[in-house]
Design a protein around this ligand. Structure first.
Ligand code: CA2
Length: 162
């Protein structure tokens, strides 16, 4: 029985939010180069991440952009609001010091994620300017990387079991 005037709880505390970012050209996933990136679309990977997140009481906010500045602004917007960031920066991985600096200013775990293993590909993909500001990096495990990245974040923010 609820006391008269007492607020009735309609939901629990808000789930911590994980920002899932995808950089340039990842909107083409599933369409071309399946031998490198697999047949799943980005929407499939986001669904995988959401599914894993729900098992840990986490919410996922996702954004794909072909524009560096939009991704930088999304990282700014996550400051003080999101618990963690999972980012597949696409080719920005290899040269975007702007994304590097934005991620460096985020207080929380940052997981860098790649479907392929850039270290096993062309020389220009061997450098990541994001890795130095990432808590950790998952590469070369295809779509399973999205589940693993969420599991990693859950552990890092103390949401292993819910
Ligand atoms: O392996 C990854 O996840 C990458 O971040 C993907 C980037 C690449 O530049 C990085 O070196 C590694 C490229 C994403 C482009 O995805 C496409 C998908 C289908 C067709 C064309 C590009």
């Amino acid at each position: 029985m609820t006391e008269a005037g007492a607020p009735t709880a309609v939901s629990g505390p808000a789930a911590p939010v994980v920002l899932l970012l995808a950089g340039p050209n990842l909107d083409l996933l599933g369409d071309r180069q399946p031998e490198v990136y697999g047949r799943d679309t980005l929407a499939d990977h986001v669904a995988t991440a959401r599914d894993a997140a729900s098992r840990h009481g986490l919410a996922v906010e996702d954004l794909q952009s072909n524009h560096e500045g939009e991704l930088v602004e999304a990282v700014h917007g996550a400051r003080g609001r999101c618990a963690a960031i999972i980012v597949n920066p696409g080719a920005l991985t290899h040269y975007s010091w702007a994304l590097h600096d934005a991620l460096a200013a985020f207080h929380g775990p940052v997981v860098e994620l790649h479907l392929s293993n850039p270290a096993a590909r062309e020389e220009w993909r061997h450098t990541s300017v994001v890795s130095p500001v990432a808590t950790g990096t998952i590469t070369g495990l295809g779509g399973d990387g999205y589940r693993l990245a969420v599991e990693a974040v859950a552990g890092l923010i103390g949401r292993e079991r819910t």
